[in-house]
Ligand binder design. Structure first.
Ligand code: AVJ
Length: 349
């Protein structure tokens, strides 16, 4: 399988000039066409809107604007996972160097806010490189540049990749042959975006990428309490609603869509059978929408399912980790209502 990644090169402490510009000057004869949309985005949207239960994979929520809105979500009062996990990490970070000294590479899966990363880099002097892996190149570049400035001794090597497919770690002197020095970092309960089967596949594949005897520090949200969950995914300020509705703007922009966001309402619902929160966009009236020249009909009240956030209880998560050849070295659980848990896993040799 072709590794799906784009190598951005080392980012060092020097100021980042922004995307490299071509030195050759071309005369524009016609208006530049809109940037080509990701063909996979188009395929997923056209296929998903054609289904009985309309759905679009949640990965497409995270364009630049979506990533910014998600950052805003992490700051709303009702959204407990980020601050709970950050508190857990602040407590456990000082213990890590003693626990797993000699780790050289921090590989962050789906790099989000750099705050949690900073806690680890500051507490673990043995770390000499940081490899953030994310699908959004712009977002990645900005996040990586800030860290490079503040940790000049750490080589920052961002990788633009869809981490659900196999990807290669950039080679580096410190890493030669010694995969036991790789520490994967998969925070934010992003694992919750995956069904149990897909989560096992992902954990297995990450184990292959990180290598024998590597570690994985992973944050997992566990609560099934709707009183906590519903407000967290439908905050009073409407940030989560804006995050969800941004998907319609993205389709309009990149796929010639004519969604009117005023025709849709954000919905967060708890599905206790599956142990997950679902996000939907609910059509407020019967109407037609066009995307890439195709017509999709909506009944009043019909929804597009846009995200699943599974909340895996510890027993279930550990079963999934074992199935993916990881064993648990330690875990740290929030003593409060959320039960949010950070696990330190080690891969078999
Ligand atoms: C990025 C998947 C961890 O499930 O809590 C937050 C995404 N969606 N609010 C989560 C999300 C709506 C978030 N993850």
């Amino acid at each position: 399988m072709k590794p799906e990644f784009q190598w951005l090169g080392d980012i060092d402490a020097a100021p980042i000039a922004g995307p490299q510009r071509a030195t050759r000057v071309t005369t524009l004869k016609t208006l530049a066409p809109a940037p080509a949309a990701d063909p996979q985005f188009e395929a997923d949207v056209l296929e998903g809107l054609d289904d009985d239960q309309k759905h679009i994979p949640s990965i497409w929520l995270y364009d630049r604007r979506g990533s910014e809105l998600f950052e805003e979500i992490t700051e709303v009062t009702e959204y407990y996972p980020t601050r709970t996990e950050t508190r857990l990490l602040a407590g456990l970070a000082p213990e890590l160097e003693g626990e797993i000294g000699g780790v050289h590479s921090l590989v962050e899966i789906g790099s989000g806010s750099s705050r949690k990363t900073r806690l680890l880099l500051a507490a673990m002097p043995s770390l000499v490189r940081y490899v953030p892996v994310d699908i959004s190149a712009d977002f990645l570049r900005d996040a990586a540049a800030g860290l490079a400035r503040d940790f000049p001794a750490v080589a920052v090597q961002p990788v633009v990749a869809d981490f659900t497919a196999p990807f290669a770690l950039p080679s580096c002197d410190a890493a030669t042959g010694d995969t036991a020095g790789n520490l994967g970092f998969f925070p934010g309960s992003t694992i919750g975006n995956f069904t149990p089967d897909a989560a096992v596949d992902l954990l297995t594949q990450l184990g292959r990428t990180l290598g024998p005897r590597s570690r994985l520090l992973i944050g997992v949200d566990t609560t099934q309490d709707p009183a906590l969950l519903i407000p967290a995914y439908d905050d009073a300020a409407g940030v989560t609603a804006a995050f969800n509705l941004n998907l319609l703007d993205r389709i309009n922009r990149e796929l010639d869509g004519d969604f009117d966001r005023r025709d849709f309402r954000h919905l967060a619902r708890h599905d206790p059978q599956h142990g997950r929160i679902e996000m939907h966009l609910v059509s407020q009236r019967a109407h037609d929408v066009h995307v890439r020249g195709r017509t999709f009909s909506f009944a009043a009240g019909e929804t597009i399912h846009t995200e699943n956030c599974y909340k895996y209880p510890p027993s279930q998560f550990l079963r999934m980790a074992h199935a993916a050849h990881w064993r648990c070295e330690r875990s740290w659980q929030d003593g409060g209502r959320t039960g949010f848990t950070v696990y330190l896993l080690q891969r078999d040799a």
